[in-house]
Design a protein. Structure first.
Length: 73
């Protein structure tokens, strides 16, 4: 049975991670933490933007076809 590219990449990452020094492992952990935080902030900002636009279009009743209203916003 063939292994998927994800499992091969993960096993390769584990092999490389075992060969790192403590400081290099610490750096990798910090990098992964920062990446996760950036992804979380981006996802929350996107959801907030979608909800704000939805509120403007649906609840307030702004006509999305009227270009002058959108330029005023």
């Amino acid at each position: 049975m063939k292994r998927s590219w994800q499992s091969r990449d993960w096993s390769r990452f584990i092999k490389l991670f075992r060969g790192l020094t403590f400081y290099e492992r610490f750096e990798q952990a910090i990098i992964l933490t920062l990446i996760a935080l950036i992804m979380l902030v981006t996802a929350i900002a996107t959801i907030h933007l979608i909800s704000a636009v939805w509120h403007l279009v649906v609840d307030v009743g702004i006509d999305p076809i009227n270009q002058t209203i959108f330029q005023a916003i």
